[in-house]
Design a protein. Structure first.
Length: 164
């Protein structure tokens, strides 16, 4: 889980009561994707954006679940409203997605399966979200990992990770 990915200066924030229900929504969203990566953005206790991996469908290697959720959000809301939002994602954000979440000012990231968990199942860049956050002193983002981890990992079994 996330403790294995902890970097100096980065802390794992505790799981909250609402985390499992919103992660279930991200898992549902993941089922729509080219690969089982799904995300929902939550603000004021409500889902305000959704996204799933569409890299193959859109011929866009940046179309990860988190990126698609950000694009969905900003199509209907001012980008600065992300600063009070939480994103729930089935897989720990890759460096690209985590960088985007930092630049967007997202307040909290909650993930199911870690990069370390996913690496034997699907290609990964082995830079955990805590490492990106530790290199971004401009952010005070919270990260919570391992929420519904086992359920998320089941969706990756047998997945060919050649095009994430």
């Amino acid at each position: 889980m996330c403790e294995n990915n902890r970097q100096e200066g980065a802390e794992n924030s505790p799981q909250r009561a609402e985390d499992e229900s919103f992660m279930r929504e991200a898992l549902t969203e993941a089922a729509c994707g080219d690969l089982p990566f799904g995300a929902v953005i939550v603000s004021n206790g409500a889902i305000v954006a959704r996204g799933h991996n569409q890299g193959v469908r859109l011929n866009d290697p940046t179309a990860h679940g988190e990126m698609m959720a950000i694009r969905d959000f900003i199509s209907r809301h001012p980008a600065e409203h992300l600063q009070s939002a939480t994103i729930y994602t089935t897989g720990e954000p890759c460096p690209m997605c985590m960088g985007a979440l930092v630049w967007c000012g997202v307040r909290r990231v909650v993930f199911a399966a870690s990069i370390e968990d996913l690496s034997p199942l699907i290609g990964q860049i082995m830079t955990p979200s805590h490492a990106i956050l530790a290199a971004a002193p401009l952010s005070d983002m919270e990260i919570t990992g391992g929420v519904l981890r086992a359920e998320a990992l089941k969706s990756f079994i047998g997945v060919d990770g050649s095009s994430i």
